[in-house]
Structures are given as structure tokens and as C-alpha cells.
Design a protein around this ligand. Structure first.
Ligand SMILES: [Zn+2]
Length: 160
């Protein structure tokens, strides 16, 4: 059985800015409306696969933490990040960015693409769900859409 949560429909979404180095026009800073979609796979027990409520609550909290921020990757070897008081300087090749620290959320990815964000959000979601799944849940797929209709999905096995 598969249980589906569509963040576009149930308000698990966020708006954020990013830049994707070395990818043409995407290398310039720009923004997206992102939606998070979840598919949970497993066996139905007593008519239920999983209680939606807790998963939705945690996913929404993760989306809220990213909302209206600039997503800055921390795993990019070509990017240098320097904090100075409330300011954040980011150097990438011949480019230099200066942001207020509070406007930035660090994401531990190499580039903040939909693919990498799906992996990042999936890891965060799973670590926070920590035990909320029954052993009947076998896997979870996390999709991050850059606007409705286009996104990247990562599958995580749950349990043993
Ligand atoms: Zn983009």
C-alpha cells in the first residue's frame, strides 16, 4: 500500500532563493515556490498504514524553517563562507555575495538543486520522525518540486 501526502494541497511548501553555480541562468540568484510531496510505503495493519498527522506536522515544520530564506550550500568545495558579525560573505570563483546572516539557511549539500534538497529534506524528516513509524512502514519517498509539476524524488528505506 502507498500513502501519499501532496504538500501543494495540504500546505507543506516554502518559497526560497538559491543559486546553482555553473548552471547558466540558474547561477544567478533567483527563487522558487517549492512543494514537498511524500509517499509512504508499507503494509496496512488494522486498516491503517500510518497516521498522517505527525508526518505532516514535522514536514511542515521543516518547510517553515526554509521558507523565505536564501539556501546556501555548505558542502561545495569551491565556495568559501565567512561570517562576520551579522553578515555572511560568500565567495564563489569571481563572485562575491553579502547577506544578512538571519536571511540564510545553510543546507549540507553541494548545490541546492531539487535533487539535493530532496535528499537533505528526507534526511531531516527521517531523523525527526525517529520512531514515529510502525514496523509495517517499509519506505518513504520524498519529492521536492520547484514549482508544481517538476521535481526530484529520493527513496529511503525505513527500519532494518
Ligand atoms: Zn533554481
Amino acid at each position: 500500500m502507498m500513502l501519499e501526502i501532496d504538500g501543494w494541497q495540504v500546505g507543506i511548501k516554502f518559497s526560497a532563493a538559491h543559486f546553482i553555480p555553473e548552471h547558466g541562468k540558474c547561477s544567478r540568484i533567483h527563487g522558487h515556490d517549492y512543494g514537498i510531496r511524500l509517499r509512504i510505503y508499507g503494509e496496512v495493519r488494522s486498516g491503517i498504514l500510518l497516521d498522517f498527522v505527525e508526518v505532516k506536522r514535522i514536514a511542515r515544520k521543516i518547510a517553515d524553517e526554509l521558507d523565505h530564506h536564501i539556501l546556501v550550500p555548505t558542502e561545495n568545495e569551491d565556495m568559501r563562507i565567512e561570517e562576520e558579525g551579522n553578515a555572511l560573505h560568500i565567495f564563489y570563483r569571481d563572485r562575491e555575495y553579502l547577506f544578512p546572516r538571519e536571511d540564510v539557511v545553510f543546507v549540507d549539500v553541494t548545490i541546492p538543486s531539487a535533487e539535493e534538497l530532496a535528499r537533505y529534506i528526507g534526511h531531516r524528516l527521517l531523523s525527526r520522525l525517529n520512531g514515529a513509524f510502525g514496523e509495517n512502514v517499509k519506505g518513504i519517498e520524498i519529492c521536492v518540486d520547484e514549482g508544481p509539476g517538476q521535481g526530484a524524488c529520493e527513496y529511503f528505506e525505513v527500519g532494518d
